[in-house]
Design a protein around this ligand. Structure first.
Ligand SMILES: NC(=O)C1=CN([C@@H]2O[C@H](COP(=O)(O)OP(=O)(O)OC[C@H]3O[C@@H](n4cnc5c(N)ncnc54)[C@H](O)[C@@H]3O)[C@@H](O)[C@H]2O)C=CC1
Ligand SMILES: O=C(O)C(=O)COP(=O)(O)O
Length: 394
């Protein structure tokens, strides 16, 4: 890279991650024309994407804060960091499961009200504690919706704590299926989970298919006094419906990492200020992984852990490289390779991978190639119908 590549952080990103960027990069939070953006939960939906933007790295899991379709249309890969914050979230889920079950949040808040009561405090504590008799989780049943990096960990650890666990995930990955304890009872109909469990922890992405997944129809199928833990996204739960369920006692407690004006006022709701991934370790893991993914893409065109591009990588051995992001339609690869041979260039290695409606091709070329030959090739590639973006790396 001849000039410095500009990285714009949109949130506070762990120094450990930012420090991985070499001297070829400039970290500038005020950049107006960055090559890449690195962020956490910053909402990019209302933001105009800079014309210079070539890649986005989400230091975290959820990407509902990023306009994925717009990025795909513009040929901008969005990366995330699968699993890098999963332990942090799991620890907070398990903590909250036990703490809410033992009425600890309410008890702790009540204890604060005793400030100023002087020597009466110990006596008031002993008299008042009967309001906060809780339940142990051992022997109870937990339902885990979504058995990905977080859900699988929560399910396995809940078993270790003596719970019975029912899991639901129609799209579970092979990797996660291997990691999940065989003692987790998997159901293929979410209603079976609803009717059996004492606690529900939801660990799915917020996408159109999951919006409002826990709503009146779902609450109506649950046992009375079920506890709901939401460390995924606020939009997964229908706020109006859960408000009613909390009033009526169908839902006994709602523990949310995503409070809003409505939930803050709801009965029996524990509000946590989105702390799931806020541990030093997780912030470092996510930032480092996002930085590595961005650098690999910017320097070699290889794609790892993108949510809108296919994973595609060729070992980078210094050959001049051309990458193309294009529509996933028949004959694309043959059109690309025939343009390469028409300008008398020889292919050393190539890969083509597809994801949904798009595909990504990496081609390594032989020899020293004149600037003008590259120019001619790129022009021809860009003329192919269905081509979105091309890049030359040398
Ligand atoms: N509170 C916090 O700070 C954090 C919250 N999150 C949230 O948690 C979510 C899950 O994170 P990970 O486990 O790391 O992601 P993941 O991608 O490893 O797991 C998500 C799982 O949900 C499953 N799934 C998708 N649609 C489903 C459906 N309709 N029903 C059941 N399962 C479905 C997928 O098959 C996958 O196994 C993220 O999308 C994010 O919104 C993630 C990290 C931190
Ligand atoms: O990774 C996720 O999906 C999270 O919700 C974590 O968000 P954060 O990076 O803590 O703003």
């Amino acid at each position: 890279m001849s000039k410095q590549t500009v990285i714009k952080p949109l949130n506070a990103i762990s120094e450990k991650g930012l420090n991985l960027f070499t001297e070829d990069y400039l970290i500038d939070e005020n950049a107006s024309q960055p090559d890449a953006i690195i962020l956490r939960s910053f909402n990019m939906h209302d933001m105009e994407l800079p014309s210079s933007l070539r890649a986005i790295g989400r230091a975290g899991a959820g990407v509902n804060n990023i306009p994925l379709d717009v990025c795909t249309d513009k040929g901008i890969p969005v990366f995330n960091t699968p699993g890098a914050n999963a332990n942090a979230v799991k620890e907070l889920v398990i903590t909250s499961l036990i703490a809410s079950s033992r009425q600890m949040f309410d008890g702790v808040a009540w204890a604060k009200t005793l400030i100023g009561k002087g020597d009466d405090v110990p006596k008031l504590v002993e008299e008042g504690k009967k309001q906060f008799v809780g339940k142990e989780i051992q022997g109870k049943t937990l339902g885990v919706i979504g058995l990905g990096a977080i859900g699988a960990r929560v399910a396995n650890d809940a078993l270790e704590l003596g719970m019975d666990v029912i899991g639901y995930d129609p799209f579970i990955s092979v990797d996660m299926a291997w990691k999940l304890s065989r003692a987790v009872k998997r159901v293929h109909n979410i209603d079976e989970l609803f009717k059996e469990v004492d606690y529900i922890s939801i660990h799915v992405p917020l996408i159109p298919e999951t919006k409002g997944l826990l709503n009146k129809a779902a609450f109506d199928k649950m046992k009375d006094n079920v506890y709901i833990l939401n460390f995924s996204r606020g939009g997964l739960i229908d706020d109006d419906d859960i408000a009613v369920a909390l009033e009526e006692g169908t839902v006994g407690k709602y523990i949310t990492d995503f409070p809003n004006a409505k939930t803050l006022e709801m009965k029996n709701t524990i509000s946590i200020p989105h702390l799931g991934a806020s541990s030093e370790e997780s912030e470092e893991n996510c930032a480092m992984m996002a930085a590595e993914e961005l650098m690999e893409y910017l320097e070699t065109g290889n794609i790892r852990n993108s949510v809108n591009f296919p994973d595609a990588a060729l070992p980078y051995q210094g050959h001049p490289r051309v990458t193309a992001f294009h529509k996933n339609v028949p004959k694309m690869v043959s059109k690309i390779t025939s343009e390469v041979s028409d300008v008398n260039l020889n292919i050393v290695d190539m890969t083509n991978r597809s994801y949904k409606d798009h595909a990504y091709t990496i081609i390594d070329l032989e020899g020293d190639i004149a600037e003008s030959d590259f120019g001619a090739l790129v022009k021809r590639l860009e003329g192919i119908e269905g081509m979105v973006t091309t890049r030359v790396i040398k």
